[in-house]
Design a protein around this ligand. Structure first.
Ligand SMILES: Cc1cc2nc3c(=O)[nH]c(=O)nc-3n(C[C@H](O)[C@H](O)[C@H](O)COP(=O)(O)OP(=O)(O)OC[C@H]3O[C@@H](n4cnc5c(N)ncnc54)[C@H](O)[C@@H]3O)c2cc1C
Length: 378
């Protein structure tokens, strides 16, 4: 770390999650001096609580464009930052019913990076595990996979090591006012002057800028997640199945998705009621990250429902046809709103807030950040 001169910088970023670090990367590319404020002592937010799935294949519209840009940015920074970004076989959709296979078949007809698989090929990608009722699947060829526990911390270490960049941990942003041709930022450790400020506090946008968040309908979305013991087999891709084939834009846009939704609503109201997105990825030590469910509120209840964990656990066991021992449980939280997957808003002259408002920050965050920095003149 080469410290930024005193308490002055060109760009001040609030939040050391993937989005804040994406802003820092973009500002460094512009040759700017950057300070990142992070109120925690280390990264503990959504950016380490997720699946590490850069799910570019299954996005649609603007998110697809952002995801393909972010994918390139991950690949560009990965080697330098010591991040392992898995490119080959990084995404897999598993179909256990013909209506699920219909969704994949329809998508494969319009997207080259979706390649249909036989049941035997699916089982092979699941490391030999897999339910007897698998009817097919698809490789999701534009996806990347990273390990969520280590990737964003490594990105932070890399940013902190760059000339003219510094991360200040255990330092909270308290507000900012325009002064002269810049901004005076109040923090829990004194004032900092900056030319541009980017507030990337994820779901804490509702606390930092409550009016902006409320006007945009931003709420908190809580997700139940688990980590298993090493099951003894290796699953290279991020795996999507069942309700996740309804969730992402490219799946949801197919005509077949409506049929699937109808069937799941009738047969599996438990999966629909918990707003599940059945998926899993494997960490380097073999543990499977499995999830997830979605619960919206302004303040999330701290008491987590065991029935939801149990539902997710049993569902993934069924897909894999194996028993899985759970090692950890946690709740992840991200910002959510009904009318858009992200929010970029000017809080004051020179102060821009940027939050991803659906569960795709690892997929689109680096590109969204670069575009947001580019849109605010230096
Ligand atoms: C369970 C779960 C699974 C997910 N899976 C995926 C996935 O596989 N793929 C994908 O693309 N996306 C996924 N997502 C979404 C993705 O993780 C988020 O969109 C992304 O991490 C958000 O990044 P962020 O930097 O905006 O927020 P965060 O990572 O939450 O970072 C915000 C930071 O701001 C800091 N902060 C807050 N207030 C202040 C303040 N006043 N002063 C200083 N610092 C402050 C916080 O401490 C925090 O470190 C998942 C999310 C969850 C919760």
């Amino acid at each position: 770390m080469v410290p930024v001169v005193n308490n002055e910088c060109d760009v001040l970023v609030v939040g050391a999650g993937v989005l804040g670090l994406g802003h820092a990367l973009a500002a460094l590319e512009q040759g700017q001096r950057v300070i990142v404020l992070e109120r925690e002592h280390r990264i503990v937010g959504a950016s380490v609580r997720n699946f590490g799935h850069v799910g570019a294949t299954v996005q649609s519209g603007e998110l697809r464009d952002l995801a393909l840009g972010a994918r390139q940015r991950w690949l560009s920074v990965a080697d330098a930052a010591g991040i392992e970004a898995r490119r080959e076989g990084a995404g897999l959709a598993v179909a256990r019913r013909t209506d699920e296979l219909e969704v994949l078949t329809e998508l494969a007809g319009s997207r080259d990076s979706v390649r249909l698989l036989t049941p035997a090929q699916v089982v092979d990608r699941l490391g030999g595990a897999g339910a007897d009722d698998i009817v097919g699947g698809a490789d999701l060829g534009d996806d990347l996979r990273v390990d969520p526990r280590t990737t964003v911390p490594r990105l932070a270490a890399w940013v902190d090591a760059q000339d003219g960049a510094e991360i200040r941990w255990n330092t909270a942003y308290l507000g900012a006012e325009p002064v002269g041709d810049g901004v005076r930022v109040r923090t829990s450790r004194g004032e900092i002057r900056a030319r541009r400020v980017f507030v990337c506090v994820g779901h804490d946008l509702d606390r930092v800028a409550p009016t902006v968040a409320a006007d945009a309908g931003v709420q908190r979305c809580g997700l139940s997640m688990m980590l298993t013991e090493d099951p003894g087999f290796r699953v290279a891709p991020a795996v999507l199945t069942a309700t996740s084939l309804l969730r992402y834009g490219a799946f949801a846009d197919t005509a077949a998705a409506a049929v699937l939704r109808e069937r799941l609503s009738a047969e599996r109201p438990d999966l629909i009621a918990a707003d599940t997105n059945i998926m899993f990825t494997q960490r380097p030590d073999g543990g499977l990250l499995i999830g997830d469910s979605h619960l919206l509120d302004d303040s999330l209840d701290p008491f987590l429902d065991e029935a939801v964990f149990d539902l997710l656990h049993r569902e993934v066991e069924t897909v894999l046809g194996r028993r899985l021992a759970i090692r950890q449980r946690w709740q992840g939280i991200y910002a959510a709103r009904p009318d858009g997957p992200y929010l970029v808003a000017e809080l004051a002259p020179g102060v821009t807030a940027c939050s991803v408002t659906t569960g795709v920050g690892m997929t689109v965050g680096l590109e969204l950040a670069a575009r947001t920095v580019a849109a605010v003149p230096a």
